[in-house]
Design a protein around this ligand. Structure first.
Ligand code: GLA
Length: 347
């Protein structure tokens, strides 16, 4: 099946995709057993939907795609998965799906500043647009509120991270005056900034001294290795701090901090890291003891399945999705993660 799609893509001259294996760029994908393209044209007819993500290596996006594939199997439409790492990648992805006859695009953009370009390009190609995870911004830096968007309730989820950290620090009997709060920030993405800001506010409200917050900009979010670098900047500058709490825009940022503390020989008992997503953090929760204490498990099912489903209904029945949808999360730690991941259909 892979080969057939590969040939089809070749025929379309559309293999200009950014750094992504062909199985991930073709309809149905490598994990989808009887993929959509093999189905007889049912009620769904020939509906094709592009699902573009900013990083196909990140477990969050792999899980999102997995659920989008479930929607494609349920309804019989064809899903075209493409990774786009930058503006050029987005441009070629839209050309690609348009050449294949897609009428809809669900996208988590690699750069929110591409907002107006993406909107214009979809309009030109007559493709309906729904955005997920990272909201598109206009030239004035404000969100493009006309484009349907599904994202997480970032301020509330950030707040719950901060509250959970404060609770755990209290449980461990820590003197907050001696604790450093390491924050790996991604302020150029609205949802990411809201998460870390929400957590910082909750920690301040819980009595963390203002002077103990150490911020480091995480340049390439999604990549844990670059988070290790951002974390090392903080750790190197503050050898006097012996106890740390850590948070970021997602699990990968926190995992980067945790790995950096391990490299410096800081004991896991002295680190409380709480992530967001659950999809990367779950592997640390399987280990008996690390500085990665917990995560807020997001609903990858809603972000993947429901967005693809909403796009399908929009194309099929002209039913436009809500302009804004915000999803919730659940705190998972070593005591409950197995059951919660199962409930969410992740493991
Ligand atoms: C952003 C983050 C991802 C994930 C999604 C959830 O895109 O980079 O890791 O948290 O938000 O909406």
């Amino acid at each position: 099946m892979k080969r057939r799609y590969f040939l089809m893509m070749m025929a379309l001259g559309a293999l200009t995709l950014t750094g992504c294996p062909s199985s991930n760029t073709s309809a149905g994908g490598d994990t989808a057993a009887p993929a959509t393209g093999d189905k007889p044209a049912a009620a769904a007819g020939d509906i094709k939907i592009g699902f573009v993500v900013k990083d196909s290596a990140e477990p969050w996006f792999q899980t999102e795609w997995k659920f989008a594939e479930e929607a494609s199997k349920k309804y019989g439409f064809q899903l075209i998965k493409i990774e786009a790492k930058d503006a050029e990648g987005v441009d070629s992805a839209i050309n690609n799906i348009a050449a294949q006859g897609a009428k809809g695009l669900v996208i988590c953009t690699p750069d929110t500043k591409l907002g107006t370009t993406i909107v214009a390009k979809c309009k030109e190609k007559n493709i309906k647009l729904l955005t997920v995870d990272d909201r598109l911004l206009g030239p004035d830096g404000k969100p493009l509120t006309d484009v349907p968007y599904l994202g997480i309730s970032a301020p509330e989820i950030g707040k719950s991270v901060g509250e959970a950290i404060a609770e755990e620090a209290k449980k461990r009997g820590w003197n907050l005056a001696e604790v450093g709060a390491a924050v790996l920030t991604v302020d150029e993405i609205e949802t990411c900034k809201q998460r870390t800001d929400g957590a910082s506010e909750a920690l301040k409200a819980a009595g963390f001294p203002e002077k103990n917050f150490f911020l480091s900009a995480w340049k390439k979010p999604q990549q844990m290795e670059t988070a290790v670098n951002a974390a090392n900047i903080i750790l190197t500058q503050h050898p006097e701090i012996k106890k740390w709490v850590a948070y970021s825009s997602n699990d990968d940022g926190v995992l980067g901090f945790v790995r950096a503390t391990e490299q410096k020989g800081i004991a896991p008992e002295n680190v409380i890291g709480i992530g967001i997503n659950g999809t990367s953090g779950k592997d640390d929760l399987k280990k008996a003891k690390t500085g990665f204490h917990a995560s807020v498990l997001l609903s990858a099912r809603t972000h993947g399945f429901s967005t693809a489903e909403a796009m399908y209904n929009w194309i099929k029945d002209g039913k436009e999705p809500a302009k804004e949808t915000y999803t919730k999360g659940t705190l998972i730690d070593r005591t409950n993660f197995v059951a919660k991941l199962k409930e969410e259909g992740i493991e």
